[in-house]
Design a binder for this molecule. Sequence first.
Ligand SMILES: CC(C)(COP(=O)(O)OP(=O)(O)OC[C@H]1O[C@@H](n2cnc3c(N)ncnc32)[C@H](O)[C@@H]1OP(=O)(O)O)[C@@H](O)C(=O)NCCC(=O)NCCS
Length: 175
Amino acid sequence: MSKFKNPPNAHTTQNKISLARLEDAIPVAKLLQRVMYQWKDYFTTDFIGGLIGKNEVYLIYSEGQMAGTISMSTDSSWATDERKQVKWHDESAKALYIYDLAVLPEHQNKGLASELLHEVEEETKKRGIKYLRGAAISDNPNLIEFYKKRNYTVVGKGKVNWWKEDVNFIEKIIK
Ligand SMILES: CC(C)(COP(=O)(O)OP(=O)(O)OC[C@H]1O[C@@H](n2cnc3c(N)ncnc32)[C@H](O)[C@@H]1OP(=O)(O)O)[C@@H](O)C(=O)NCCC(=O)NCCS
């Protein structure tokens, strides 16, 4: 039985998900700088504006407030697997990559990140792409559990261009 009276579900909550627009670049950059303070300098308004311009940034609003974000792209250049330790299901298949998943602390544990993931999974399916991939830093076991519970598999460890340590690469087969 669910531990919640009303389990979160994109179809039953009042939360609204939409693609970010250029005028959202400043608030999205601020949200990311606050939630992912380790990479504060990385999330400039220009950088976020560039992603928004490519329609890669999704936002979730809760109680009328911008509460969380996720980005999704075809670009995998941030990930390297020089030691060949990552075992993707199908190396040569088309895939989409998720990154910058963040929910403001005051809106966490309400299912918002799950809704954002559901949204990008649906979009992946619509585009006829079978694999959704990403990375989770290795020293956050809660995050790895979060993805595992949502049917993502850890497929190995590798380097990314935004973190000094190895990270866990994750993958979900979209059906
Ligand atoms: C990781 C992160 C995105 C999760 O966001 P979130 O919106 O709190 O996630 P959810 O609410 O969907 O799920 C989190 C937990 O809350 C629980 N939850 C869901 N709905 C709930 C509700 N209505 N009431 C209480 N708890 C709820 C879920 O069961 C889930 O727990 P579980 O993993 O044990 O199942 C957020 O903690 C965050 O921004 N962290 C910092 C940045 C970060 O690490 N990002 C990832 C980079 S890859």
